[in-house]
Design a binder for this molecule. Sequence first.
Ligand code: AP5
Length: 190
Amino acid sequence: MRLVLLGAPGSGKGTQAARLKDALGVPHISTGDLLRAEVAAGSALGLQAKAVMERGELVSDQILLGMLEDRLSRPDTSVGFILDGYPRNLAQANALDGLLERIGQPVDLAVQLDVGTELLIQRIASRAQLEGRSDDNPESVRNRLRVYTDQTAPVIDYYRERGKLACVFGVGDMDEVFARILKAVRGSAA
Ligand code: AP5
């Protein structure tokens, strides 16, 4: 199963992908986590990405595509994958399709997690207190939500037009949301 998880910051992509990887037996690839690992390692790429991430803006498409190409070339992805945080704009959606076509592994389904803005802000504020992620401050969160509306939301239509979109209500406890996603995924494979 090759799955794309779409949703605004705080919608639960990372939380649900961590569960789905066990249920589906495929790796979870989070571009945010890959970038944070580069920042933590102090690599050249991490140094380039750090300030952009802290502002809540998008790191360049070129960097992301290189990173993703590298990750998808690892053998564990031969059984499929869950992409969390990519694609984030239409250029990335097109680049992903091109890349996956070359390796003969097209996206099966994109799942959009639908959560209202007020709840997104509440969830991120709670995480800020618990974890102190550097882009969870109010100004970056405003930017991340704006970037989502302006650049990422059109990706939802991209998958809808290709008949590959499932919209899942992302409000409720984590088990409930997980069950809805699994139902959508299994329904699409039936
Ligand atoms: P990224 O790490 O992808 O962050 P994000 O999209 O802003 O998403 P979050 O991690 O905030 O939210 P999530 O949807 O994963 O929710 P989560 O499960 O954590 O990207 C960070 C940055 O990296 C970007 O801003 C950008 O700069 C850069 N970047 C990444 N990918 C890029 C790309 N493709 N192109 C360019 N730049 C890129 O949940 C949030 C909180 O809510 C958690 O505390 C969780 O416990 C809680 N929660 C989750 N579900 C529930 C529930 N059902 N009930 C109650 N609480 C819940």
